[in-house]
Design a protein around this ligand. Structure first.
Ligand code: AMP
Length: 189
């Protein structure tokens, strides 16, 4: 199995690049943001629990997020591997993911962090807001999401760095250039 984490702040290009990578490497894309949005849209019990937090740009509690992620992975027993996008976002999520995969005799092979500066992130999300209509892409909510990233999520990087799994890729380049850099990293695995 080839399990990868695509890491980075909102607007770094995780979703765009994940779509391209799963096609090339025949992996399953697991985006916790997409899964939560589907629950909200379908008005499931879970969707009702998380919709306000998401609308406010706050993280969903770890226990809820981890349970949903594990369920999604378990739905794909034949998978060659997964690209995790937007997960893990806290150190406890990262630790739980390791334990969960270990129970399956698997592991995270590598983590790729997309580096993009804050000004560029803000510009990209403003553009995306015009087309996606995602309520949490508006300027105020985005500020909260970026602050959640720097308060809670950034600490996931050292967690993987000590495991020798962290790779950094410059996400400021064009989509195709970033993609080529990602492939060069993944091909090592
Ligand atoms: P995203 O599409 O990845 O930007 O996620 C959208 C929203 O879903 C986030 O702002 C959080 O409210 C929630 N969310 C997604 N992934 C996670 C996660 N791993 N942990 C906690 N909340 C999450």
């Amino acid at each position: 199995m080839l399990n990868l984490v695509l890491f980075g702040p909102p607007g770094a290009g995780k979703g765009t690049q994940s779509e391209k990578l799963i096609e090339k490497y025949q992996l399953i894309h697991v985006s916790t943001g997409d899964l939560f949005r589907a629950h909200v849209k379908n008005q499931t019990e879970l969707g009702k629990k998380v919709s306000q937090l998401m609308a406010d740009g706050e993280l969903v509690p770890d226990a809820i997020t981890i349970a949903m992620l594990e369920e999604e992975v378990d739905k794909n027993p034949e998978a060659k591997g997964f690209v995790f996008d937007g997960f893990p976002r806290t150190v406890p999520q990262a630790a739980e993911l390791d334990l969960f995969l270990e129970r399956k005799g698997s592991k995270i092979a590598g983590v790729i962090a997309l580096d993009v500066d804050q000004l560029e992130l803000t510009k990209r999300i403003a553009e995306r807001h015009k087309v996606s209509g995602r309520p949490d892409d508006d300027a105020e909510k985005l500020k909260k999401r970026i602050s959640e990233y720097f308060d809670k999520t950034i600490h996931v990087l050292p967690y993987y760095e000590v495991q020798g799994k962290l790779n950094k890729v410059n996400g400021m380049n064009e989509i195709s250039t970033v993609y080529n850099h990602l492939c060069a990293v993944i091909d090592k695995y």
